[in-house]
Design a protein around this ligand. Structure first.
Ligand SMILES: Nc1nc2c(c(=O)[nH]1)N[C@H]1C(S)=C(S)[C@@H](COP(=O)(O)OP(=O)(O)OC[C@H]3O[C@@H](n4cnc5c(=O)[nH]c(N)nc54)[C@H](O)[C@@H]3O)O[C@H]1N2
Ligand SMILES: Nc1nc2c(c(=O)[nH]1)N[C@H]1C(S)=C(S)[C@@H](COP(=O)(O)OP(=O)(O)OC[C@H]3O[C@@H](n4cnc5c(=O)[nH]c(N)nc54)[C@H](O)[C@@H]3O)O[C@H]1N2
Ligand code: SF4
Ligand SMILES: [Mo]
Length: 710
């Protein structure tokens, strides 16, 4: 195929009005959408009503997709760096030129170091069959995701108990009677369907206990809100467990059938009383007791949200683990209103879609981050990406030479971007494939513009759930600029390396047909609604007979051999956070409903909603420092500094300060976001290599900052 032509899906440029069912791309949730196209232009986007839970709803970011599409401040053609890395000097290149440039470098790298010296990271998720296939075709084990900065602690905690992944335990929020959220700001840091289910449950009378260091919009919806001392929710969970066991509030039938290690847990939590927890967390013991008794009365329709983020500290893993232990004790597993184990096509006797990775021989090399061999208690799939950076610097266990950032912006998403840059700078080749000028793209050698989510299709996604489903991102319009879809970009690189056989498809439709072959689902059928499940009614497993758990014992392992083999305790003593000096605070971060990380602060419409961030600081602490609302403050940590306005409020814990993530962009071509606001990741100096040894996630909320009036 001619590299000068975009490989569009058939019929995308036909005139007149069309309705296309696709998936939103304004954040990583990828909600089902309905897109109206008129003469090749998107005129309307709404939720896909064929997906009942979604309906026609869309969040603000999703609605701003139209503005994103027609904004010109994004990469429009391939760029090759001409000056220093990060210096912002580029030349325009044709696709052939850019791809040849990359392929020539890769050939030399693979010849010298082997395919394992090439790595790629993406945002994980339902389309990663393609990126995994690309990395595997190169002969490299080094596929990474962002997840060590996101849900990895919770994922590994889930694995240690159930042998299942974090997302294999779906939450039946709709039918829950009591929902316990630890810093899970479910209606601002949102997924549309989940937020709707949550509000739906509350309106049916469900209760919510919300625990955060600050009052969010979710706090305003909660039945109880506890403003907890930073990084101490683990103590709270231990006290909850203490009460549940002492007062025999647990589901003995379920626990006796499934749990390994109940006696050890009982002995361990004996000292962790509500009185003790009050001293650590600041939550009154009487409240702790009252809440857990009420929650137990609502069991098993209860959900302790084991997190996604659940803060980011060196005991996050045990926070998630104990949240799940509470779910188990209250019998909230495979039961309506609790956690439902995700089922794939196989569970319903169906054939799943064909995978691209299965066309490629297994890679025998060990991962460069040590996951799977040095760190056997972690999931080798996407590894632990922060361990890549020290490995690049040391060349141990082997040299790394090339990195692809695909739909991932490590210089925004990892703590201490200077440390990330230092490592990346040792590589011979950095390629960013993005739809925006990300911080990482700006530091790369080549920027390849991917067509936007409205201008391209993706490989078909298969999702597990109470019932499995297929999701199609279809192409709505032809690309506005000289961009290409990912499948084409990866295929072209492999072809140039003589590895084309692994991704030997002429069109995306051909890939779709390969994926669907033998499933009994036709492309036309899938396209008709965009989302499809071959199962009418979800079926729960017989919860006292067969849960199909994947732990070594087949049971729920309160005492885990996976952990003990790794030299880690199943029950870790609570470590009290160190006392802070006056004028110092834990730097806490998070989201607002209308931005996705750093990628939407330059969106013309969303930028109007919030053009900069501020530093939330407790009123009493501010008064001590002579800071009034709106004053400019200087926030500093470990030699880095940022300045911004103070938001003085009673609604944040005295030991914490907070800022919205995603600001402080350094790419001058982003005229709206450039230089505006404070970048929390830059204040996390030294935190790139500081992580939870049990879960693997970075300890970002342990960053201590000093605040003064500027
Ligand atoms: N300091 C700090 N660090 C954090 C967080 C925080 O709040 N504070 N949050 C953490 C969390 S939870 C996460 S998930 C990570 C997020 O980490 P990031 O990976 O930084 O987040 P995203 O905004 O999803 O964007 C990744 C990149 O994908 C690009 N992109 C978007 N759509 C497309 C597309 O269709 N194609 C391509 N090729 N690229 C696309 C965006 O432009 C962006 O550059 O950050 C983590 N790190
Ligand atoms: N609008 C929007 N929605 C999103 C995203 C987005 O970028 N924008 N990103 C998606 C992604 S990738 C993710 S991972 C999720 C994240 O979902 P959440 O985990 O709900 O996200 P955050 O906004 O980061 O919320 C973290 C909250 O934790 C609180 N917190 C900090 N430290 C502590 C502590 O020690 N204890 C307790 N209990 N709370 C603490 C903070 O004050 C903050 O309110 O959101 C998803 N949804
Ligand atoms: S949550 Fe909003 S931005 Fe994210 S995929 Fe859904 S509609 Fe799009
Ligand atoms: Mo995340």
């Amino acid at each position: 195929m001619d590299s000068n032509k975009a490989p569009n899906v058939t019929g995308v440029d036909s005139p007149g009005r069309r309705t296309v069912y696709s998936l939103c791309g304004m954040c990583a949730v990828r909600c089902p959408i309905q897109v109206e196209v008129e003469d090749g232009r998107v005129v309307w986007i709404q939720g896909n009503p064929h997906d009942k839970a979604m309906g026609t709803s869309l969040c603000a970011k999703g609605a701003a997709g139209l503005v994103f599409e027609y904004d010109d401040e994004r990469p429009q053609y391939p760029l090759i760096r001409t000056g220093e890395r990060g210096g912002g000097q580029w030349r325009r290149a044709s696709w052939d030129e850019a791809l040849d440039y990359i392929a020539d470098k890769l050939k030399a790298i693979i010849k010298k170091h082997g395919g394992r010296a090439v790595c790629l990271s993406d945002r994980g998720g339902p389309f990663n069959d393609l990126t995994k296939a690309f990395v595997k075709a190169l002969g490299s084990p080094n596929y990474f995701t962002h997840d060590c900065t996101c849900g990895r602690n919770a994922h590994h905690a889930t694995q240690s108990l159930f042998g299942l992944g974090r997302t294999d335990l779906g939450m039946d929020i709709k039918n829950a009677k009591h929902i316990i959220l630890y810093g899970r700001n479910i209606i601002e840091s949102l997924q549309v369907k989940e937020a709707k289910d949550f509000i739906g449950a509350l309106s049916k009378g469900a209760k919510c206990l919300y625990i955060d260091v600050r009052a969010t919009l979710t706090a305003s919806k909660a039945t109880r809100f506890w403003m907890i001392r930073p990084n101490t929710e683990y103590a709270l969970n231990l006290a909850f467990i203490n009460v549940v066991l002492n007062e025999d509030l647990y589901d003995a039938e379920f626990v006796n059938k499934w749990v390994v290690g109940l006696d050890q847990l009982k002995a361990f939590v004996r000292e962790y009383t509500p009185q003790w927890a009050e001293g650590v967390t600041g939550v009154p013991a009487s409240e702790i007791k009252a809440a857990i008794r009420e929650i137990a009365a609502d069991a098993p329709a209860v959900i302790f949200h084991a997190g996604w983020m659940t803060a980011r500290h060196h005991q996050s893993f045990y926070t998630s683990r104990t949240a799940h232990i509470l779910n188990v004790l209250l019998g909230a597993i495979e039961s309506p209103g609790g956690l439902i184990i995700g089922k794939g096509p196989g569970d319903y006797g169906l054939k799943g879609i064909n995978k691209l990775v299965d066309r490629i021989p297994k890679v025998k090399e060990k991962r460069v981050d040590g996951v799977g061999w040095k760190f056997k208690h972690w999931d080798a799939g996407p590894g632990i990406m922060h361990l890549l950076f020290p490995a690049i610097l040391s060349g141990d266990p082997y040299p790394m030479a090339a990195y692809f950032a695909y739909r991932h912006d490590p210089l925004s998403g990892f703590p201490d971007p200077e440390a990330v840059q230092e490592a990346l700078n040792k590589l011979d080749l950095i390629v960013a494939i993005d739809v925006n000028y990300s911080e990482t793209a700006w530091f790369a050698d080549v920027i390849l513009p991917e067509s936007t989510y409205l201008e391209r299709g993706n490989v078909i996604a298969e999702k597990k759930g109470p019932k499995p489903s297929l999701h199609l991102r279809d192409q709505c319009i032809a690309p506005r600029f000289d961009s290409r879809p990912a499948w084409w970009i990866f295929r072209e690189i492999l072809r140039r390396l003589g590895l084309g056989e692994y991704l030997d498809f002429e069109s995306l439709e051909e890939i779709w047909r390969y994926q669907l072959e033998g499933t009994g689902v036709s492309l036309a059928e899938l396209r008709e609604k965009g989302v499809l499940s071959q199962v009418d009614k979800p079926v729960l497993r017989e919860r006292l007979k067969d849960l199909k758990l994947k732990t070594p014992s087949g049971k729920i392992e309160f005492v885990s051999t996976m952990l003990s083999d790794a030299g880690l305790p199943s029950f870790a003593p609570f470590d009290e956070p160190p006392a802070k000096k006056p004028g110092t605070f834990n730097l806490v971060f998070g989201r607002v409903a209308f931005f996705a990380h750093a990628q939407s602060t330059n969106n013309p419409l969303l930028h109007e909603l919030m053009s900069t961030n501020s530093l939330w600081i407790n009123s009493k602490e501010a008064a001590k420092l002579g800071i009034s609302d709106g004053d400019t403050v200087e926030v500093s940590s470990n030699g880095t500094k940022a300045k911004g306005p103070a938001k003085v409020t009673d609604f944040i814990h005295p030991e914490a300060v907070f800022m919205v993530h995603g600001f402080g962009r350094t790419v001058p071509l982003l005229t709206r976001a450039f230089g505006r606001g404070m970048a929390d990741q830059r204040l996390m100096k030294g935190k790139l290599t500081d992580y939870d040894k049990a879960g693997g996630g970075n300890n970002m909320t342990e960053t201590v900052v000093t605040v003064r009036k500027a």
